[in-house]
Write a protein that binds this ligand. Structure first.
Ligand SMILES: CC(C)(COP(=O)(O)OP(=O)(O)OC[C@H]1O[C@@H](n2cnc3c(N)ncnc32)[C@H](O)[C@@H]1OP(=O)(O)O)[C@@H](O)C(=O)NCCC(=O)NCCS
Length: 133
């Protein structure tokens, strides 16, 4: 998990919301256990797209929270005027996430080969997309 300061967090929320994006959290009891975002393109030439991000705390993985959150995001996305496509990138090694995205009809559009080097090993970055119409 990545931590950031309250100021950074507030800035990130403000930034996404001011640009017609969406941030949702998953809560179990009093704890936030997951977050998902849709950040809309900010230029005239890419405002028909939004970038998806999601993260669930490890101990709450595999019980359907990711599915519920993406379901919500996709339903919300379909109602947004002018939004045509959801895009994302994912490490080639991240099987759970790739499976989750495939489940929602995302397809692989390209690969940035050896885009990352994690603990000395190269990892490809996979570009995925899903048209809303
Ligand atoms: C990827 C992630 C969001 C999935 O969320 P989740 O709440 O565990 O997902 P769900 O329980 O709803 O499962 C959804 C699908 O993901 C896949 N999946 C989940 N856990 C899996 C695992 N351990 N191995 C393989 N596939 C898995 C399955 O296809 C599953 O669908 P199914 O239950 O119908 O078979 C979560 O594992 C996570 O936050 N990982 C760390 C952060 C991350 O990788 N974010 C994405 C960066 S691009």
């Amino acid at each position: 998990m990545t931590f950031c300061s309250r100021e950074d967090w507030n800035e990130a929320i403000k930034d996404i919301k001011s640009n017609k994006g969406l941030i949702i959290v998953a809560q179990v009891d009093a704890n936030i256990v997951g977050m998902a975002t849709l950040a809309r393109g900010r230029l005239e030439k890419n405002k028909h797209t939004a970038h998806l991000g999601i993260g669930i705390l490890k101990e709450f993985g595999g019980i359907g929270i990711g599915t519920a959150m993406i379901n919500y995001l996709m339903e919300w996305a379909r109602k947004q005027e002018g939004l045509e496509k959801i895009a994302l990138t994912v490490f080639s090694t991240n099987e759970p996430a790739i499976n989750l995205y495939r489940k929602f009809g995302f397809v692989m559009e390209g690969i940035n080969e050896k885009q990352y080097k994690i603990e000395g090993k190269y990892v490809d970055d996979i570009i995925m997309g899903r048209f809303l119409t």
